[in-house]
Design a protein around this ligand. Sequence first.
Ligand SMILES: [Zn+2]
Length: 707
Amino acid sequence: MILKKIAVVLCITASIACNKKETKEKQIQKMDTNILLTEWNTPFGAPPFDKIKSEDYLPAFNIALEKHIEEIKTIIENKEAPNFKNTIQALETSGFYLNRLTNVFYAVNAANTNDTLKTVDKELAPRLASHWDDVVLNPQLFERVKAVYNQKEKLNLTEEGLRLLNKKHKWFVRSGANLKGIPADRLREINAKLASLSQKFGQNLLDETNTFEFHTTDKNDLGNLPTSLAALSEEEAITRGHNNGWSFTLQRPSINPFLQSSPNRKARKQLFDGYALRGNNGNEADNKIIIQKLTSLRVEKANLLGHNTHAEYVLSDAMAKEPKAVFDFMDKLWPFALEMAKKERKALADNMKSEGISETFSGSDWRYYVEKVRKERYAYDEEATRPYFEFTAVRQGVFALAEKLFGLTFTELNNVPKWHKDQQAFEVLEADGTHLGLIYMDFFARESKRGGAWMNSLINQSNINGMIHPIVTNNFNYPAPTKNGPSLLSFSEAETLFHEFGHALHGLFSKVKYQSLSGTNVPRDFVEFPSQVMENWMSEPEVLKLFAKHYQTGKVIPDEMIKKMKDANSFNSGFTTIEYMAAAYLDMKWHTLKDTELRDVNSFEKEAMKNLGLIEEILPRYRSTYFSHIFSGGYSSGYYSYLWSEVLDADAFQAFKETGNIFDSETAKRFRHMLSKGGSKPGMDLYVEFRGQEPKIDPLLKKKGFQ
Ligand SMILES: [Zn+2]
């Protein structure tokens, strides 16, 4: 569950001072014919989804981009000396239409797309990237920003104003605005190379994943694979040109259930090895040379921008601040998780032995025996819990929790425009009845929606010339109710609702002046904290009893079922933690290299894992040659973030527990205050204000059963 922060962010909101009368009139004429560029006279200023046509987006973007370029020009050509208002605040408030459009377009494209929107998306991505490059690499604009930055001590700015100035300045510096001549040219060259290497890495991985196939005609190989998955692998076999049998691939939804279900050791090993060797087969799709070049160029880039390592460059903008902080917290957790994983290994190997198999227990056996031991020990059937998690009941559960903690209430609205008939909209009200914001919830899977669950901001909160209230969305892929029955969720699907609702609260609670500092505009290692923390409440019996009621009988979920569910879920936590952490370490090892020497990828990885004491039955969740998060996604030096957020969420929940009341209103007030600050203060400062101290790892150790 990852929050997808889609919008290109930075510089949004409010009205614009445009000096050029002629252009302004021309713009307005063109603009008022396109609904996306008009003022929205809808309830709460919600986007007029019912009136927006897919064909409106591209022309609207054309005008909005043009308009933003003119606004930037106006800032640069201002005859007055640069000051906070005419430069920093002007930059912040420029691009109002562009940013509002970006938010709306990406939200709709993700949740309810069509061919027209897909075409717009393709055309738009490179144009937006180069537009923002033009802004941030504009030397005259940077001169003005720097002039204001250099006198920041004398400007008597508010704390938030100073934060905005620092952040805007940093944005330019991190993009290389300080470089001139040869280093500037080299940076541009490196950026282009990095982009094409990353792209090639992803392409190779896709090829390697798609080429592999394991085909069988022996039904026994399937073991107790669920019928629906068996049917899918039957279809896969036909697609791949077989007349009969079942085909399995290296896509996770195909390989994982097979590894869990198949009693055929040899077949398991074949798939397991196929997965582990992707990008490492010495063929055309091999990723090793790409990794060498990527890691070397990243060091060179970091050096150009004044940092020793790539990780140092990336983390200077994160809550962790520096690589040492990341290693420190992982080093504390690692031994406990490793010890637990070793215990799990013993239990699994013993179980295999008891079946009369005398060979050595190996990595490809792990998942199969986990499922077996889980069933034997806990007799837990996830299907039996579904009737207690009907989706409306779960939704009312998060609303009830928000009322208990923060006094919020939710009123369904039928008069606001929606992007799909299944979407629901709620006005969020404070305890005293005042308006806080709007939340849209879109629950069901459909062809026009991408997979997963996520939160978007349609309108960010801000308060420059009056309060702009936030409008946020939550999106899921739950099965829609049918004539035969309601939409019943699994425990983890219900947990996802609490998770995404946590992101929504982060957006709704925002109380800052500048929208680029509002809500979820926070570093990557903070952003999952407000969402993950909500999952803690969900699994508390006190909260479950508020909403987990059988959809037919109305009976509250039995205590015994809650206990079984918790025990079964926590079994194998050593393995999942170790496999994740090994990858997080690998990421950090690659990105704390200080020189540009080209490393042999396999021996580098082997050495790193050996130093950790990783047991050979466990591989890093991603090995280097298929670690797309860090080599073709945006997570380099950031894969640790999920666990970092887990430390925060367990420690924050502990603050509630310590009061003896998980709904304690004083603690909830401080928690809300922390979220209301968005990115207007450094994450650690906010956390310490809330908790009175920096986060400790003990609550997480306890939660994971390590202590
Ligand atoms: Zn999330």
